[in-house]
Design a protein around this ligand. Structure first.
Ligand code: GLU
Length: 447
């Protein structure tokens, strides 16, 4: 039940953003946590503060024309939602996926605003993307698309304005093409305009690993509150992209066993633990599928083209693929099989019903806006290095990431305690993130 002061705010969000289910879901989840805040501090219910946080500062939609290898003109749609800049320049990734709609980018931008606030760093929230499908496209098509996308996006971003990065379908290769085009249009070597760059053109060490590593640090912190660790645990990860791979790598280094992972075509199960070097070779260098891994690996691994990766019994689950990939039914299966902790590596991978099932069962649950904040936090470290024209060692950068993740964990845990819900990281993350943005918005006046 939503607080009666929040009910009309949510009704307005539904009315004014029709059909944007994912955005509704993300807003609803935060509003569900805010009843306790406005009861304690009524000032936050004034000045249309919460309404302002639900309304993006700016939403940009543009046409992206490009020519494919058959010389046909293709049209995609590009988006950048500049959600909130009270804490710093808009910051958040770009997603290329055929499912991308305005509502997708709005949900991601909304989440990003609170996630970025939770890191404690000076970054606002934004998100961008396109319904372009990179699957099956040649290197040249990818480049032409990225150049066309940046030709339009370029006028809206800048190191002090809006700093995009990668997300699903956008990695170092795509960022390279986008950075190249931005540099060409502006005639400026403005390193700080994008993050997730390659190491020899302004990138930061640890950025590639950061989201996965950070998610594991976060879950490790949660486990320690119950005197547990990753050591000897069975871990199931969904996805096999950047977040999933570095999640698996860090889990393995802490003594956990990676039993299963997945991609959009199915999942693999390997009781003795997945060979991460081979998986990296297949996914990162050959741009292959988990089924290719299974073929190369031979015996001991099973590839399942159908079914749910969450049916594989696990002590710890790390959903690291995409939104709403873990349903209420999946959560009940995991609980029945004895899961003790869940860390969201992706953005909003668990449905509201799944989150409820985990919280009811007292499973340690790390919501994405806290658990996967290591990626964007390291992007902020990349911005710091770019601003000072410096480059830090792996050790220095990883130490900063680890401190930031511990800080986020403790902030969420303390806030949950303060609001009488110890161990509820969803409440803790939503309230702590909200408070930081809300304070800044209030201080800056009616903007
Ligand atoms: N796309 C990532 C996220 O969801 C990273 C954003 C960034 O580094 O700006 O947080």
């Amino acid at each position: 039940m939503l607080d009666e002061k929040l009910e009309p705010i949510y009704a307005d969000v539904l009315r004014r953003n029709p059909g944007e289910d994912e955005f509704h879901q993300a807003v609803r989840e935060v509003l569900d946590s805010l009843g306790a805040v406005i009861a304690k501090h009524p000032i936050y219910a004034e000045g249309a503060l919460i309404e302002r946080l639900c309304e993006p500062e700016r939403q940009i939609i543009f046409r992206v024309p490009w020519v494919d290898d058959q010389n046909r003109v293709q049209i995609n749609r590009g988006f950048r939602v500049q959600f909130n800049s009270a804490l710093g320049p808009y910051k958040g990734g770009i997603r290329f996926h055929p499912s991308v709609l305005l509502g997708t980018i709005k949900f991601l931008g909304f989440e990003q605003t609170f996630k970025n606030a939770l890191t404690g760093m000076p970054i606002g929230g934004g998100k961008g993307g396109s319904d372009f499908d990179p699957k099956g496209r040649s290197e040249n098509e990818i480049m032409r698309f990225c150049q066309s996308f940046m030709t339009e996006l370029g006028r809206h971003i800048g190191e002090h304005t809006d700093v995009p990065a990668g997300d699903i379908g956008v990695g170092q290769r795509e960022l390279g093409y986008m950075f190249g085009q931005y540099k060409r249009i502006t005639n400026r070597y403005e390193s700080g305009v994008l993050t997730g760059k390659g190491l020899n053109w302004g990138g930061s060490r640890v950025r590639t690993e950061a989201t996965g590593y950070g998610a594991v640090y976060f879950v490790d912190c949660m486990l320690r509150t119950r005197g547990q660790s990753f050591d000897g645990k069975r871990v199931v990860v969904s996805g096999a992209g950047n977040v999933a791979i570095y999640t698996m790598q860090k889990v393995a280094s802490l003594g956990g066993r990676i039993i299963a992972c997945s991609d959009s075509e199915g999942y693999i199960v390997e009781e003795n633990g997945i060979d991460l070097e081979l998986l990296k070779e297949v996914k990162e260098r050959r741009r292959g599928r988990v089924s290719d891994y299974a073929k190369l690996r031979g015996s001991g691994v099973i590839f399942k083209p159908n079914g749910r990766v969450w049916d594989v019994p696990a002590d710890i689950a790390m959903p690291s693929a995409t939104q709403n990939e873990l349903t209420g039914q999946d959560a009940r299966t995991l609980v029945k099989n004895g899961v003790i902790a869940v860390g969201e590596g992706a953005n909003m991978p668990c449905t509201p019903e799944a989150v409820r099932a985990f919280l009811d069962a007292k499973v340690l649950f790390g919501p994405g806006k806290a658990a996967n904040a290591g990626g964007v936090a390291t992007s902020a470290l990349e911005m710091q290095q770019n601003a000072s024209r410096d480059s830090w060692s792996f050790e220095t950068t990883e130490k900063r990431l680890s401190e930031i993740m511990h800080g986020i964990h403790d902030r969420c845990a303390q806030t949950a305690d303060e609001y009488g819900a110890p161990g509820n990281y969803v409440l803790g993350a939503n309230i702590a993130g909200f408070m930081r943005v809300a304070e800044a918005v209030r201080a800056l006046g009616v903007i």
